[in-house]
Design a protein around this ligand. Structure first.
Ligand SMILES: Nc1nc2c(c(=O)[nH]1)N[C@H]1C(S)=C(S)[C@@H](COP(=O)(O)O)O[C@H]1N2
Ligand SMILES: [Mo]
Length: 376
């Protein structure tokens, strides 16, 4: 997000919906329709505020009993010397769509009332976390990495929870995680984690720790409030979700499959005239197998055409021709299936914090009669 010299957001008043320290990308900003989300329109989720970091004195510390190299401290130039990778990946907040628990299911859940704009797709440049860990002498018996942010400690209802941090299992750390310093070809903006953040593709946004200060590599597991109190399913049926007595299963990691329409809610289309519906669909750690569209309240579904790139943990754009028969209010539904076989359900069981809303979304549109539209 762009800010003026006083730190106030500069967004033309239409790119974002503001929620306290968070800002949501407006799908209704119609000039947004590109594959990558421009950085100045990318949603922001800050627990507190973006810290001012002097990159000359900044170091990434890598330490713990899971590395043999002893405590290491990398400058930005030293990280860059380890190698450089660029990939496109989506980044989505765990609570994206929380408002829809209320709007579609009548189950209000507290927290930032995101519509579906707490997601963006950017190109990210950095060094694979695997390369950094190996350079620091990763041991075979390491099981976890704990990344810690340099933003101010998070204080909530009188309790100081310390710096934002969340354990990352070693399997994911060694898979496709990036230690990133560029977003869309430019150094990270302060709001997005300058100078360095993690990008943990396909996982809950909280895993992608911003303003990265240290990585503790450990041979035993540990927790943080961001894996026990928050970003974990709480509520009936969840505290021991699979009945195995292993509460670890309620910790959130991979994101589900979702879809949306780029058409702003309440858009007008004309009866008897061909309209091309467009949107996007995405899934954590998977590609998209199919997107279906229903224009008759979910009675029948037609398969949309996927256009453009369709990569793991990215979104894919889709389009579908529609000629509405008659004027009136209509609801369009979109339903995606991912390459791992997950299909969006009509309704999702809720949870105390309103995480992971992934049900089919209802998009209201108004169909006007052709005679009411002036001919230019
Ligand atoms: N240090 C730190 N990292 C953080 C956060 C934070 O508040 N502090 N917010 C997390 C959450 S909840 C999300 S959804 C993403 C948002 O990234 P963005 O603001 O670049 O869109 O960053 C994550 N990383
Ligand atoms: Mo988030």
């Amino acid at each position: 997000m762009l800010r003026d010299p006083d730190g106030n957001p500069v967004d033309g008043g239409k790119w974002f919906t503001h929620h306290g320290t968070d800002v949501e990308t407006n799908w209704a900003a119609t000039d947004l329709l590109s594959y990558r989300t421009p950085t100045e329109r990318f949603f922001v989720r800050n627990h507190t505020t973006a810290p001012e970091i002097d990159v000359a004195s900044w170091r990434l510390e890598v330490w713990g009993d899971g590395v043999d190299g002893g405590p290491m401290a990398y400058s930005l130039d030293e990280l860059k010397a380890l190698g450089e990778t660029t990939y496109d990946r989506a980044l989505e907040c765990t609570g994206n769509g929380r408002r829809l628990y209320d709007e579609q299911q009548g189950e209000f859940r507290p927290g930032t009332q995101w519509g579906l704009g707490a997601i963006g797709l950017a190109s990210w440049t950095g060094v694979p976390l695997r390369t950094v860990l190996e350079d620091a002498g990763l041991r075979d018996d390491a099981v976890q990495v704990m990344p810690v942010g340099l933003d101010p400690s998070y204080v909530c209802e009188g309790t100081d929870y310390g710096h934002v941090r969340r354990p990352l299992p070693i399997e994911k750390a060694l898979d496709d995680v990036l230690v990133a310093w560029e977003m869309n070809g430019a150094p990270l903006e302060p709001d997005h984690g300058f100078p360095v953040r993690l990008v943990v593709p396909g996982w809950v946004g909280i895993a992608s720790i911003k303003w990265l200060g240290s990585l503790e590599v450990a041979t035993t597991r540990s927790e943080s409030p961001w894996s026990t109190k928050w970003y974990r399913m709480h509520g009936p049926g969840y505290d021991d979700p699979d009945g195995t007595g292993d509460p670890q299963a309620a910790v959130l990691d991979r994101m589900p499959v979702k879809s949306l329409m780029d058409l702003p809610p309440g858009s007008e289309v004309v009866a008897g005239r061909l309209t091309v519906l467009r949107g996007r669909a995405w899934a954590g750690d998977a590609t998209i197998a199919a997107v279906e569209v229903s224009t008759d309240d979910g009675q029948t579904w037609e398969e949309a055409t996927l256009t453009g790139p369709n990569e793991r943990s990215c979104w894919v754009e889709w389009e579908h021709p529609w000629t509405p028969a008659a004027a009136g209010d209509q609801v369009i539904r979109t339903r995606a299936t991912d390459s791992s076989g997950r299909t969006q359900p009509d309704r999702v069981p809720t949870n105390d914090d309103g995480y992971l809303f992934w049900a089919v979304v209802q998009h209201p549109v108004t169909v006007t009669s052709s005679s009411s539209v002036p001919v230019a």
